[in-house]
Ligand binder design. Structure first.
Ligand SMILES: Nc1ncnc2c1ncn2[C@@H]1O[C@H](COP(=O)(O)OP(=O)(O)O)[C@@H](O)[C@H]1O
Ligand SMILES: [Mg+2]
Length: 323
């Protein structure tokens, strides 16, 4: 549905987006994640045809966003970071105006406006001046606007920015209901947002791709720690652990009557980590060490995100290698 290839955009000397490539398949709900200034809005503006790229290309449903701009635009509804709504227009009036601009046939217009008022849950303020609406309502009018020409793809730039927790919950529920029959690319700098609404994420830092994958895959990029509570001779335990392949750093300390070993595992993937765990348990049991507890602590997505976006230079190479 979205193909971005080697996209870049500079503002003078500043490279806001550098050599960015990613794809979004039809039906996916993808989080576009990165700290402030990462280049999210710049990328989304290019996709929505508002901004020209300095290099590379992008297409929506096979239509190049520059060369086949109008065809591409027909496929997508875009909600900007700050929607340029007209404060002196009433909600229904504004949506009718927007649907005309977007070329919705006159005969369909009224029904489409009603449908979007419903979809974005703004029917109750249809006759209210936009300038009199709360931020949450205005945001939803922006969403209704994005939906007005029935596009299969929604591109939403920080749809919950500036909303209070109740409004955030409402907008999230709205996105979840739209996800049933839309492809959605949604930018945010808030991780929990992605965990709540998206199945996949594209992670950006300083204009570069640092990670892409399902939420579970991204979470899996954090190295888990293996925690063992053991009874036995400390020297033997230390020796067994030092001889077992796949064990990185280890901390062994007294824990009540027992010993607590906290180990980092060097395996990249879950299968490898599980194998290492089996090897460790087997080696300890063979050395007649008593095993009271075996437990792994998973890195939180939060930790993974922090690591990814703080070491973008290093992970950039990994991302490159994966292509
Ligand atoms: N019109 C502009 N002129 C100059 N610099 C800009 C402009 N828009 C954005 N930038 C800069 O480009 C970088 C990326 O911005 P942006 O795409 O808005 O990031 P994000 O949406 O991820 O917060 C930032 O450093 C920002 O200051
Ligand atoms: Mg932004």
């Amino acid at each position: 549905m979205i193909v971005v290839e080697h996209l870049s955009k500079s503002y003078g000397a500043l490279a806001a987006v550098s050599d960015l490539s990613f794809r979004v398949e039809r039906g996916q709900v993808v989080g576009f994640l990165g700290p402030n200034g990462a280049g999210k809005s710049t990328t989304l503006r290019i996709l929505a045809g508002f901004l020209g790229a300095s290099g590379g290309r992008a297409s929506i449903a096979g239509f190049d966003v520059v060369e086949e701009r109008l065809d591409a635009l027909r496929q997508l509804g875009y909600m900007a970071e700050t929607s340029p709504l007209y404060p002196e227009m009433k909600v229904r009036e504004y949506l009718a105006f927007r649907s005309e601009l977007k070329g919705v046939p006159r005969t369909k217009r009224r029904a489409d406006v009603d449908r979007c008022l419903e979809l974005a849950r703004v029917s109750d303020v249809a006759g209210v001046l936009i300038g009199h609406l709360s931020k949450g309502y205005r945001q939803r009018v922006g969403l209704a606007d994005a939906l007005i020409h029935s596009p299969p793809l929604l591109i939403l730039d920080e749809p919950t920015a500036g909303l209070d927790p109740n409004q955030i919950r409402e907008v999230r529920a709205l996105i979840a209901s739209l996800a049933e029959n839309h492809t959605i690319l949604l930018s945010t700098h808030i991780l929990s947002e992605v965990e709540a609404t998206c199945s996949r994420a594209v992670v950006l830092a300083k204009g570069r791709l640092v990670a892409i994958g399902s939420i579970d895959e991204l979470r899996g990029r954090g190295r888990p720690e293996l925690i063992l509570t053991l009874r036995g001779d400390e020297a033997i335990i230390r020796q067994v652990l030092s001889e077992t392949a796949g064990v990185g750093s280890r901390v062994i300390e007294p824990h009540g009557e027992a010993l607590r070993a906290t180990l980092s595992l060097t395996a990249e993937d879950e299968a490898g980590q599980a194998e290492t765990t089996e090897r460790i348990v087997h080696a300890l049991a063979t050395a007649t060490v008593g095993i009271r507890e075996v437990r792994t602590t998973k890195a939180t997505l939060e930790e993974v995100f922090a690591a990814l976006t703080q070491h973008e230079a290093r992970t950039e190479n990994e991302a490159e290698a994966k292509r």
